[in-house]
Design a protein around this ligand. Sequence first.
Ligand code: CU
Length: 324
Amino acid sequence: MKNPAVTIVALTTVLSALALASADTAQWNATVGAQSNDKGDQALAFLPNEIWIHAGDRITWMFDADEIHTLTFLTADQPRPFFADGCPGFSMDPATYDGSTCVTTPPMVKGQTFTVIFPVAGNFKLVCLVHDNMDGRIHVLDLAETLPHDQAFYDKQADSQRHELLEVGHKVAGCHAVPNSRRGVTAGAGAVTAKAGGSNTISVMRFSHENIHIHAGQTVEWDNQDPVVPHTITFGPEPEGDPAPPSPDVTVDSDGARHAIIDSTSDSTHSGFIIAAPQERLGLPQAPLGVTRFRVTFPNAGTFPYICALHDELGMTGKVIVHQ
Ligand SMILES: [Cu+2]
């Protein structure tokens, strides 16, 4: 005679499989990041950044930029971790997020995808650990509730948010990236924009002048006009460890700007991150001023190529040409 316990287990398995199938879990699609053809304008955004789905549904995100991003769901009071550390650790694809355990991808680039399944109702924040002002909201509703939008709506939203950001980037690059000094180069410019679903950033990852011509003995000043993204001015090899601090030869001028001297084309120097101060928040001590300027004095003639150690692969490079 058949073991009734085995029969019950088998029956339960069949029933739960049927229940899953009949729940009709939906597949949704969204995008992470966008860029101009030359990769110089980077939209740091989830496109769209607000989506309503049913419990049990899944969303697949396609990464669409050469700038790195993560797709991250932290737990409610988890401090933001460093992107290279992850939760700590990185989630397997597909991941399941119910608000109780952190889910994150490693840094991802154009062409990669990642899927998250949302089994329970709730409102969840979606962030990128690389970029401070890049977030979104996923509203997971009970099956009994009607969803407000379909996939075609989100595709249109993603498209219009992408265009809007890249258009702002175009304006920022053209109008606002005017350096503050006569022998100045703007090292990055950008803008943070907002939607009801969170904030997006457009970042122009270019030096305003590819080449700047000066005379021996003069000083070039770089300023970062981006509200959130750090850049570096790096002559010679990239730093091997943490790119945030400046190289040991760098001094600080009385106005807080960093300063280096480059005597010959074999000299190297690294500004460290030049970056705007973080946004203030009520009830917290105010942030320090931030270091947004780097100066280099060139006593001798020559051609001095340099890069942004973070964004050189996107084309953020330049040259100082020093005439006698
Ligand atoms: Cu950069």
